[in-house]
Design a protein around this ligand. Sequence first.
Ligand SMILES: O=C(O)CCC(=O)C(=O)O
Ligand SMILES: [Fe+2]
Length: 195
Amino acid sequence: MAYNSCQLQESIESYSAELMRVTGSLMAIIARNLGVDLPSDTYVSQALRMTYYPACPVAHDKVLGISPHSDISMLTLVWELNMVGGLQIKRQDAWVPVKPHPKALVVNVGDFLEIMTNGKYQSIEHRVTVNPHKERMSISAFHLPKFDMSVGPLSEIVGAELKKYKTLRVDEVAKVVFSSKLDGKKTKDYAMLRI
Ligand SMILES: O=C(O)CCC(=O)C(=O)O
Ligand SMILES: [Fe+2]
């Protein structure tokens, strides 16, 4: 089906709004799980990234589509658009493939949710491999606290525990993360989020 730019804009806008709504529901479930109030919609901003991975017949076993990293977000919702696999998550030092499902989005816990929950929810390290024969397309929707906010472990979650992370301004962390090479969860250490 061919779209004109106006229709495309409308469908991106409605997709974006729907994902904000889904993220709000997921955050509400997480909050209920933790027995706390998590910040509401007004607190969350969203960034969409569409990624195209060309087929790589020659060097597919030597290169990666995206290097290992964890997302800076609270929650990232990934749509594996054309159902081609490649996304892998790190579990117990092994890379585990995430099989695309036509009716499902992948939900990744990001660094800011780890920080806010003082490590109760841990961000997931992931990477994307390339396919020798098939191109791959994905849309990642990153949901972050607004850029002018400071975020740290929420006191009602920390309780009597020690705080494991500093409280930092979101825009300062984003500047460091977006200007450095993706490199596992080291980006987070580099951004000095861990005390
Ligand atoms: O393409 C994917 O499945 C994931 C992309 C990703 O990790 C990202 O955009 O941060
Ligand atoms: Fe990612």
